[in-house]
Design a protein around this ligand. Structure first.
Ligand code: SAH
Ligand code: SF4
Length: 421
């Protein structure tokens, strides 16, 4: 979502005549779009601010969730910063820049009733694979998580706006759209006929856009995985066979303490249903190790879950206490060295799983959407339907959707052989 927000801010500034600084030249204005989800991301911002103000002293804006959470604190700690703008207020950035040019600092962490989306200019040129925010915020209040505080309550963008923006994205060159939201599968809206629809209804209608070839969505919550959305994976060809469904832990006790409102069993049922409707679906998840009170045995349950599911790729994190969340003040915080060891073991297990998934794909023929050049001359990189990175050589270009045979697998990518353009 930060990538999407960053693109929208760049478009907004471009409409004011503010264009990207040429490579290697210092910028007059720097917008730091920040993430507050873990402490490490926050620490980096202050060192970035220090580094930026060493040379040319550009105008600095801090945007995103750290801005939302620490607005006034940033102003106090970093006098070099002249603008602090939260994720729901960035449409007001041009006015703040005018203030900053006049020497006045400003903070805007409002969550206004009017939506920023209506104030943003139309989409410009985009790459073959684009993001589209369909839903923001979260009402789930997992005990470790800052998102409900920084992004606010769950809000779905209107159906008509999304269809129009998707059309504009494809007009601007997108062939793949990833629908994004903190709880993307909680999206609801009213379709063109006034019927109430969920994310599967939206995907079904987006699939009718001829120039759009692939649809993905992220991130989903297990409890909002409706039967309709699961069924869509078996019915809509453009919906790619990939499901990112964070679980966080393989222990029911830990899940309860996290306020996840799903059990290991109910989670596995959703995965089973997804595999029933789409046998080749690639599964993905998020994990947190070292949640307060997590015992060795409970961590072992997470490893067992990983071995059982056979994930294609996952994200895994050390628990990071976030200010204002219930878990931050829980007893039994886990020692850093224990977290380190658990993360290492989990990541080793996830690597084994990814490698096995990729090895099982060798010999498959599939379409790859080329989105960048590779490391070597004449090499291209793209994504398989299962979101694997595939590299290969051939006379092609970025944006081509080509037929490739997968010939060799590593844990993070596959080598392919170009069959047809
Ligand atoms: N809404 C999604 C996840 C959004 S946050 C969901 O509920 O599944 C993305 C991921 O960051 C989470 O899935 C979680 O694994 C991780 N995360 C969130 N808060 C964290 C914290 N305090 N410490 C470590 N990881 C965290
Ligand atoms: Fe955070 Fe996701 Fe839980 Fe919401 S559902 S509180 S975004 S982890």
């Amino acid at each position: 979502m930060n990538v999407y927000d960053g693109e929208r801010m760049a478009e907004l500034l471009a409409a004011q005549g503010i264009t990207p600084a040429p490579e290697g030249e210092d910028a007059d204005l720097v917008v730091l779009n920040t993430c507050h989800i873990r402490e490490k991301a926050v620490d980096r911002i202050y060192s970035d601010i220090g580094r930026l103000s060493k040379n040319k002293s550009p105008l600095i804006a801090v945007a995103g969730c750290v801005a939302q959470a620490e607005g006034e604190e940033i102003m106090r700690r970093a006098p070099e910063v002249s603008m602090v703008v939260g994720p729901q207020a960035y449409h007001r950035l041009p006015a703040m820049i005018e203030e900053a040019v006049a020497g006045r600092r400003s903070v805007d962490t409002d969550m206004p009733a009017e939506t920023k989306f209506d104030k943003l200019p139309a989409r410009r040129k985009v790459g073959p694979s684009a993001f589209l925010t369909v839903q923001e915020g979260c009402d789930k209040f997992c005990t470790y998580c800052v998102v409900p505080y920084t992004r606010g309550a769950e809000v779905s963008r209107p159906y008509a706006d999304l269809l129009a923006e998707a059309q504009r994205l494809t007009d601007a060159g997108a062939m793949e759209i990833t629908l994004v939201g903190q709880n993307v599968n909680a999206w609801t809206g009213e379709d063109a006929k006034g019927r109430s629809v969920g994310l599967d209804g939206l995907i079904r209608d987006l699939a009718e856009i001829p120039a759009l070839k692939r649809i993905r969505y992220t991130t989903s919550h297990p409890n909002d995985m409706t039967e309709g959305l699961i069924a869509a994976h078996g019915e809509i060809e453009k919906l790619m066979p990939f499901l990112h469904l964070p679980v966080q832990s393989g222990s029911d006790r830990v899940l309860k303490a996290m306020n996840r409102s799903h059990s290991v069993e109910s989670y596995l049922k959703v995965l089973d249903r997804a595999r029933t409707v789409r046998s080749d679906i690639a599964l993905s998840g998020d994990f947190i190790v070292g949640f307060p009170g997590e015992s060795d045995a409970e961590f072992e349950e997470t490893l067992s879950l990983v071995a059982h599911v056979g994930y294609a790729q996952c994200f895994s994190f050390k628990y990071s206490p976030r200010p204002g969340t219930p878990a931050a003040t829980m007893d039994d915080q886990i020692a850093p060295e224990v977290m380190d060891e658990r993360l290492q073991r989990l990541q080793a297990a996830l690597q084994v799983s990814s490698l096995a998934f990729n090895q099982a794909s060798v010999g498959r023929k599939c379409q790859v959407l080329i989105d960048r050049t590779g490391r070597h001359e004449g090499q291209w990189l793209g994504k398989s339907p299962w979101l694997q990175s595939v590299y290969f050589e051939g006379d092609v270009k970025i944006g081509d959707l080509v037929e490739v045979e997968l010939v060799e697998a590593g844990p993070n990518s596959l080598r392919g052989r170009l069959l047809a353009v």
